[in-house]
Design a protein around this ligand. Structure first.
Ligand code: ARG
Length: 578
């Protein structure tokens, strides 16, 4: 089914046609939800823009469209406002019917605009033998939300975890492993031990240059397929993936493919040769580079992409070009999305421009970048210098434990096992929500107290609103509820119903703008509207008649369905009790 905004936009289009604008010089503009209920529920700016384009009075254009509006059941009130805007107020009956129809659909009737379209999303992408850091956590949380929203809208999505599993650091690690490894420490915390010996290598190599030569030799052996080195390398990958997987499981994230950098290793030299042959790359001081013009991207004019060092080695960017080629040849996606922190903006501008040069001009290339993570005191949150970094699993545990003490205090009567489940959902959910509810491009602050607060735009607040819907049904003793008989008698009910009905519209906008925070804001309005409804519109009181109770239970149910749908999309597990 189409969204309310779309239904109204269709009416405006028909009105415009009847008013003599079938061949208008500008295309129709979608109706948008108003911020202020005094301006109705939705607004159209089309007449205003059309009036300007036609150099006639926009108000007159708007009035003519209003007069030509086809008969329909959706609109109860329409007026021309300001310099030529059209404000719509929906009919209560139509709104109620819309809500009922939506909540019966697993996608809330979201238009499947992605059907037949495909997208590759490259996210998380941590590096082997290193701790996954908070930047990768953000990439995972943001990437997964984008991923789920697009699948929800019918896109076919390939989630690709482009792990950093190839490069000269593996030669160093192999040398370090043979000399300094501590098997017990490795068994205890493999990544910590790999980080320790890697750092040790770096230190010793400052004094002893022969170490670098040894490392180069081990890297070359690995690249040539030496069995022993390959086995070690695979072991490093395996222990790293085990730790990454633990984080993914906690976050409810999974990938379709994990094609790390190593996946492309065999084609790199051939690719470089072809880039040179095709005149895309050129030799500069023994290195191969791709130079761009400023037309290909702002700031690219004097920032060439290095694709081969003078010693012959390929680089991170070379792999990214091979990756574009492979993705195009395998999936031919309409869109390729990369989710990393802000520091890689130039890198991806270069890679996208080079991808186009290579002839892959059809996909839309998108770099979704995000800011840094800060502690409540403003300091940057990152791994500590000594390597005893905040592990992400440790961070998730901390969140869970903090949530647990809140749950123990608030709901001591719940069984222990259930409190554990709630604490996990609230703790992990708080981390995800803290990240997603802010503008991705600004730094996020890790302020436990605020993140875990039951008030404000937080995960606990939303999860609590959802649990409260279910508690109403428990109190009413209703199981197997049949929604129906929704009547929007009270203004608070109407506001709540409108927010429920808009949910798929917001999901579509959120997906299209790569910003889950729009959906978060919407869910927060939904939860807040439910809180008002809960105080102002009694459901179970004795003096509430049967029809009103049924209607209000239906609205409660609808709220729960919309909340649960939205929460799952952003990676939160809706709870029935808290
Ligand atoms: N491994 C990289 C890092 O940790 C991120 C990779 C992002 N994806 C890509 N195709 N370059 O910074």
């Amino acid at each position: 089914m189409s969204t309310l905004a779309q239904q109204l936009t269709d009416l405006v289009q028909r009105a415009a046609n009847s008013a003599g604008h079938a061949d208008a010089p500008i295309p129709i503009e979608p109706c948008v939800a108003t911020n202020d209920p005094r301006h109705g529920d939705y607004q159209s700016n089309y007449a205003f823009r059309l009036g300007k384009a036609l150099r006639t009075n926009p108000r007159a254009v708007a009035q003519a469209m209003v007069d030509a509006l086809p008969a329909n059941d959706l609109v109860a009130g329409v007026e021309v406002a300001g310099p030529g805007f059209i404000n719509f107020r929906l009919a209560d009956e139509a709104l109620a019917a819309d809500v009922l129809e939506r909540i019966a659909s697993p996608t809330l009737g979201a238009p499947q605009t992605g059907s037949g379209r495909s997208m590759v999303i490259d996210y998380s992408s941590p590096n082997i033998a290193k701790r996954m850091h908070v930047g990768h956590l953000r990439s995972t949380i943001i990437g997964a939300a984008i991923d789920r929203m697009h699948r929800f809208l019918g896109w076919s999505v390939v989630a690709d975890n482009h792990i950093g599993d190839w490069g000269t650091q593996f030669g160093m690690l192999i040398v370090a492993w043979h000399r300094w490894r501590d098997e017990d420490a490795f068994a205890e915390d493999a990544i910590a031990e790999l980080q320790r010996i890697y750092r040790l290598f770096r230190e010793k190599a400052k004094e002893d240059e022969s170490l670098e030569d040894l490392a180069r030799a081990e890297t070359a052996k690995l690249q040539a397929g030496d069995a022993e080195n390959l086995a070690l390398w695979e072991r490093f990958i395996a222990v790293s993936m085990t730790e990454f997987e633990a984080v993914y499981t906690r976050l409810g994230v999974s990938f379709d493919v994990v094609h790390g950098e190593s996946h492309y290793r065999d084609g790199l030299q051939e690719l470089i040769t072809k880039l040179l042959d095709d005149g895309i790359a050129s030799i500069n001081d023994g290195a191969a580079i791709i130079e761009f013009t400023s037309d290909e991207g702002k700031g690219l004019g004097n920032s060439p992409l290095l694709v081969r060092k003078s010693d012959g080695a390929a680089l991170y960017g070379t792999t990214d070009l091979a990756t574009i080629k492979a993705r195009m040849e395998t999936w031919n996606p309409e869109t390729i999305v990369y989710v990393t922190d802000q520091r890689q903006q130039l890198h991806f501008q270069q890679v996208f421009a080079a991808g186009r040069r290579m002839g892959f001009t059809t996909p839309e290339y998108v770099h979704v970048w995000f800011g840094m993570v800060r502690n409540a005191d403003g300091s940057i949150m990152a791994s500590r210098k000594d390597g005893s970094s905040v592990t992400l699993v440790g961070l998730l545990d901390e969140a869970r434990d903090k949530a647990r003490s809140v749950v123990d205090k608030k709901s001591p009567e719940l069984p222990e096992a259930e409190r554990a489940i709630i604490a996990e959902a609230v703790g992990v959910g708080s981390i995800a929500y803290n990240d997603l509810s802010q503008n991705p491009q600004s730094d996020v602050t890790f302020d436990w107290e605020r993140m875990l607060s039951l008030e404000g735009n937080t995960a606990p607040y939303l999860l609590y609103a959802h649990a409260r819907c279910h508690s109403l049904f428990r109190k009413a003793g209703v199981t197997d509820f049949e929604p129906g008989g929704l009547v929007l008698g009270h203004p608070t009910e109407r506001t709540l119903a409108l927010i429920v009905a808009r949910t798929p519209e917001v999901i579509a906008q959120s997906a299209a703008t790569w910003r889950a925070n729009m959906l978060c804001d919407h869910l927060y309005s939904l939860a807040s509207a439910f809180a008002s409804f809960y105080t102002e519109c009694p459901v179970l009181k004795d003096d509430v008649d049967e029809a009103t109770r049924q209607s209000r239970l239906t609205l409660t149910h609808a709220t729960a369905v919309a909340l649960a749908t939205g929460l799952r999309l952003i990676g939160l597990e809706p709870l029935e009790r808290m």
